[in-house]
Design a protein around this ligand. Structure first.
Ligand SMILES: [Zn+2]
Ligand SMILES: [Zn+2]
Length: 385
């Protein structure tokens, strides 16, 4: 509990989160989630904005003739993971789980909505609530923007739960807090042969392993040691038996970075290494490169304000950046914003995001609610023109 969140509201929110957790839905298919949120907001007499979005909810509190518009964002989708927590409210949708804690995010924003609605008459402007769909597949934020919901927004606030920190701890830092995400897929086409006659073929497996080994030199020998960059090959397939050299194979993986120049350099070197090694080994290489979200880049000026405001009710610190990605970054390309890490576990070996035994501590809910409410009100005051 905090001063702002009463015991009654806390109990209400815990029940709501457990219900959401029990009924997770995949990205872009959050139909029941959308209905549940819409009903809860309508019950609070909060204005729902009509959208062309398939799922997700946009709502508003306050009056834009009295000041700026501040957006508060929570994502609502779940993951294709089989839950193994054994919680009494574990997922009933087989193979689907709120393993990233977006149940916690949407519940926090609903709690904030209830408090802001009760204070509506005294708000110095308007608060737009964005319950965003499809974060995990990195398409939701762009669709919300495309539908026009950021056009008249002056600043945006969001957060991610973070099991590395305890309830009551909130990490806030300026500039990059989560990484830019690139995804790659490389197909190698050689010539198959009998394992006993490799000279009659063009070996895809030798080529694949050479390429994968050499890709690590991009991080070790091309990227500046001062730039944090990760290149991980996560999946490789070729062949299916012991005495045949296969005619094709592939690998895929991801790059994470915080600096745009480093991001560009890694892609350039990746293409050079793959294409030239393929040529050297006389096979064909086909590269597919998918750009994910940019860096989640916190506006320094707003970050200072949010850091100070949040310090009034939580234990605020500067956290290390995370190499995971977030499509909140897409909003921050349109308007200045702040994204924080709200502690939700803190145990030494707490399971991380996307684990089948991932859990969040409900006692962190009041801190997340207050983070939204107090910073929305503070920015409405700060950004008066
Ligand atoms: Zn996630
Ligand atoms: Zn997430």
């Amino acid at each position: 509990m905090t001063q702002l969140v009463s015991e009654a509201l806390y109990n209400e929110l815990v029940a709501f989160r457990h219900l959401v957790h029990q009924n997770p839905e995949l990205s872009g298919q959050e139909f029941e989630t959308t209905k549940r949120l819409t009903a809860a907001l309508k019950a609070l007499d909060i204005k729902i904005i009509q959208t062309k979005l398939p799922t997700g909810v946009i709502a508003e509190i306050g009056d834009d003739t009295k000041g700026p518009t501040i957006a508060l964002r929570a994502d609502i989708d779940a993951l294709p993971i089989e839950e193994k927590t054994n919680l009494p409210y574990a997922s009933v949708n087989q193979g689907v789980m709120h393993a990233c804690g977006h149940d916690f995010h949407q519940t926090s924003l609903l709690g904030a909505a209830k408090i802001l609605k009760a204070q509506e008459a005294s708000l110095n402007g308007r608060v737009r609530l964005i319950f965003q769909h499809a974060e995990e597949i990195h398409t939701g934020a762009a669709e919300v923007i495309e539908d026009g919901h950021l056009a008249d927004v002056q600043a945006i606030i969001g957060f991610h739960n973070n099991p590395a920190f305890k309830a009551g701890e909130i990490g806030i830092k300026p500039n990059g807090i989560m990484a830019a995400v690139d995804q790659f897929y490389v197909k190698i086409k050689g010539v198959g042969s009998h394992a006993a006659d490799p000279h009659l073929g063009r070996d895809t497996i030798v080529t694949l392993t050479q390429i994968i080994a050499q890709l690590q030199t991009i991080i070790a020998r091309n990227v500046s040691p001062r730039d944090a960059v990760v290149l991980s090959v996560t999946h490789i397939e070729a062949g299916n038996t012991w005495n045949v050299l296969p005619d094709e194979g592939f690998f895929e993986g991801t790059v994470r970075s915080f600096d745009q120049a480093a991001r560009v350099l890694v892609k350039k070197r990746f293409y050079e290494i793959v294409e030239h090694l393929a040529e050297a080994y006389q096979v064909e290489a086909e590269i597919t490169w998918i750009l994910g979200p940019n860096v989640t880049n916190n506006d320094p000026k707003l970050t200072e304000i949010v850091f100070q405001e949040t310090s009034k009710f939580a234990d605020v610190f500067v956290p290390p950046a995370s190499n995971a990605g977030e499509d909140f970054a897409t909003f921050q390309e349109q308007v200045p914003g702040v994204f924080a890490f709200i502690g939700t576990n803190g145990a030494e070996n707490a399971p991380g995001w996307h684990h089948s035994d991932f859990t969040v501590d409900d006692t962190a809910l009041p801190f997340a609610v207050e983070y939204y409410v107090s910073n929305a009100k503070r920015l409405l005051d700060e950004l008066q023109s």
